[in-house]
Design a protein. Structure first.
Length: 428
């Protein structure tokens, strides 16, 4: 689908007067519409909860918006749990889907009464020790079927190569042990393909998990209270890619539910999801300004953002669509590499990209950066992470995370003999 920025050049200029580029901008109206659509798509299932994957965009302001739709949070680390706590979530509104989990993380999750979704068979014993033998009433286990997971349009992923989850045998044994230890209600979870742009992924995964849950229930006589389809619903980063339709996805899951679970007497099972990318990617953009142009063997545009602000292109060669604000209708008759300032040649937001002629001072709107964008930030080359702003429904921009400062960057040296000189240098 054609990509249209959710702000104009004039709006960008106005916002940049208060908050200099680069910055992230999130579109509250778009976020709310999408949350409502997700809720509606699964409204046929009374227990449905979307647990927003906090790692995608760990910002409490955005998390708070999602609470208006009854959503909870999927956390995988101590600090993500802290964020869930900070927005007032606790108990069954927190899904703790971690892996290689430190003891202190499990302890905090247990203190918050989060649902523990164990990644590995050995974690059963690990958690039992940490919790002095007292398991919560509800426990979930993460499944990995191995092999490849293929959909009819050829899209596939490789669970057999992924570090997550447990084998079917381990899963069976795990539920059996937990039942013996007094656990009353169970969940099952799997994440088998990432960034899928097909309406088939969730329904196919649901079919597999529903059948498995039915089989486990028959064998072990345990009660499944939820089935967690996790994340993996993707977005169309490229204009020519197909676009997921959450209503079709929800209906596809419903069909599997009615075919498999309802006849088995499992019509009380709640459907949970842990979407991150689908919830926010399209509703966040990285706004950056062109500050240099360079003509050597190729044409380069240098911008004031770099890969520390958005790592996906450098890390995975990921495509992010770019609109030059104010030049939306101009011909894309120039071919550029759009680059940041890191001393790393993979610091390129676009390679050989056809764009309108870019002039210094132009604002570039880098699309679909609302998830796995700012959150993957780092500080290589001493570069600082930028601010996050929320474009509110009344058109105003609110700062929801300030930019990192030099003081933040050097804070881990503040107890050393160099601290004073670093402060002085910052004021030169
Ligand atoms: C990353 C992750 C998600 C979210 O994935 P998206 O692709 O952003 O939807 C959900 N659950 C778990 C356990 C994850 O690790």
């Amino acid at each position: 689908m054609k990509k249209t920025p959710f702000i104009t050049k004039q709006q960008a200029e106005e916002i940049a007067k208060t908050y200099p580029t680069p910055f992230y901008l999130y579109d509250e109206e778009g976020i709310r519409k999408n949350c409502a659509a997700v809720k509606e798509a699964f409204s046929w299932n009374p227990g449905f909860v979307e647990y927003f994957a906090v790692k995608a965009t760990p910002n409490p302001f955005l998390m708070d918006i999602m609470q208006d739709y009854g959503f909870g949070f999927d956390c995988s680390s101590y600090t993500e749990l802290m964020l869930a706590y900070a927005v007032g979530a606790e108990g069954s509104k927190i899904m703790f889907s971690s892996n290689d989990t430190p003891e202190e993380d499990f302890l905090l999750a247990a203190k918050l009464n989060a649902i523990l979704n164990l990644d590995d068979f050995t974690h059963i014993e690990f958690v039992e020790k940490i919790l002095d033998g007292k398991f919560p009433e509800t426990m979930s286990l993460r499944y990995n079927p191995g092999g490849v997971f293929q959909m009819s349009n050829g899209i596939m992923d490789n669970p057999g190569d992924s570090k997550y989850g447990m084998t079917k045998e381990q899963l069976m044994e795990g539920y059996k042990i937990l039942k013996e230890k007094g656990v009353k209600h169970f969940g099952i979870h799997a994440f088998l393909a990432s960034n899928t742009v097909t309406n088939e992924y969730y329904p196919q995964l649901a079919g597999d998990l529903f059948s498995l849950a039915r089989e486990i229930r028959e064998k072990l006589d345990i009660h499944f209270s939820f089935i967690n389809l996790s994340g993996g619903v993707g977005v169309d980063y490229r204009e020519e890619e197909p676009c997921n339709d959450i209503r079709t996805i929800g209906e596809g899951v419903r069909k599997q539910y009615e075919d498999i679970l309802v006849p088995a007497g499992m019509g009380d099972v709640a459907i949970y999801t842990e979407m991150g990318r689908f919830m926010l990617a399209p509703y966040g953009a990285l706004i950056t300004k062109a500050i240099h142009e360079k003509h050597i063997y190729k044409e380069y545009i240098g911008v004031d953002a770099c890969a520390v602000n958005l790592m996906r292109p450098a890390m995975y060669g990921a495509y992010h669509h770019i609109t030059v604000l104010g030049k939306e209708e101009e011909n894309r008759d120039h071919v550029y590499d759009v680059v940041g300032s890191l001393c790393e040649n993979n610091d390129k937001f676009a390679i050989d990209r056809a764009l309108p002629k870019i002039d210094k001072g132009d604002y570039l709107f880098i699309h679909d950066a609302g998830a796995h964008g700012h959150s993957m930030g780092y500080n290589y080359n001493g570069k600082l992470m930028c601010a996050e702003l929320l474009l509110k429904e009344d058109g105003s921009a609110e700062e929801i995370r300030r930019a990192q400062t030099k003081e933040d960057y050097f804070a881990t040296l503040d107890q050393t003999p160099y601290a004073k000189a670093l402060r002085e240098a910052g004021n030169l």
